[in-house]
Design a protein around this ligand. Structure first.
Ligand SMILES: Cc1cc2nc3c(=O)[nH]c(=O)nc-3n(C[C@H](O)[C@H](O)[C@H](O)COP(=O)(O)O)c2cc1C
Length: 181
């Protein structure tokens, strides 16, 4: 069987983002795969801009999603909701073609608050509905107070989070293998 292609999407553009660390922990838990991170540094969605020509970065992201066997999205929480950069990317990706259809997708979140981004993660699940991915329902991985859950090298050390992430990414791998079999 060909090596699985795993795409990671991090809803934070921040250099030291906890969500990127969580995304990389998820990649590790997924096991052997060709991994690539999607770039969310896209122009703001604007139908006039779209009419002038879809930006190259959008086309690249869409092709990456289309070619992926599985996707993990690490979603921060901004004011109890997913960040605008993620919604912006979803809106761009929704236009012309349907790269998410039936694609196995896992969502994880890390947030400073004690719920670990639960509301944001729930909202993202609803936001994904129009794209009809194969969205894994669980286990839900929400990392609260991330500075206590990662070590200085950025490795996820919280035992419960590691266990749940292992289960979620195992389920994502199984879904990807079934789809490519
Ligand atoms: C604009 C803004 C709004 C935020 N709102 C929330 C929130 O609603 N819930 C929460 O737990 N943390 C909130 N935070 C804190 C983030 O969880 C924290 O900054 C986190 O580290 C962001 O994710 P990142 O490390 O991946 O960039 C907010 C941060 C910002 C900048």
């Amino acid at each position: 069987m060909a090596e699985l292609k795993l795409v990671g999407i991090c809803g934070s553009l921040r250099k030291n983002s906890w969500n990127r660390k969580l995304m990389l922990a998820a990649v590790d838990a997924f096991g052997p795969a060709i991994f690539e991170e999607g770039n969310l540094r896209l122009p703001l969605f604007d139908e006039d801009l779209e009419a002038e020509g879809v930006p190259e970065a959008v086309t690249e992201l869409k092709e990456l999603i289309r070619a992926a066997d599985a996707i993990v999205i690490a979603c921060p929480e901004y004011n109890k909701a997913p960040p605008g950069v993620l919604k912006n990317a979803l809106d761009w990706l929704s236009r012309g073609g349907a790269p998410w259809t039936d694609k196995p997708v896992a969502i994880v979140s890390a947030a400073a608050g004690r719920a670990g981004g639960e509301r944001s993660q729930f909202a993202l699940r609803l936001m994904m509905v129009p794209f009809r991915p194969h969205l894994l329902m669980g286990p839900e991985v929400m990392v609260a107070r991330p500075k206590d859950a990662f070590d200085d090298e950025g490795k996820l050390t919280d035992e419960m989070a590691r266990k749940l992430l292992g289960e979620l990414m195992g389920a994502l791998r199984t879904a990807a293998e079934l789809r490519t079999a």
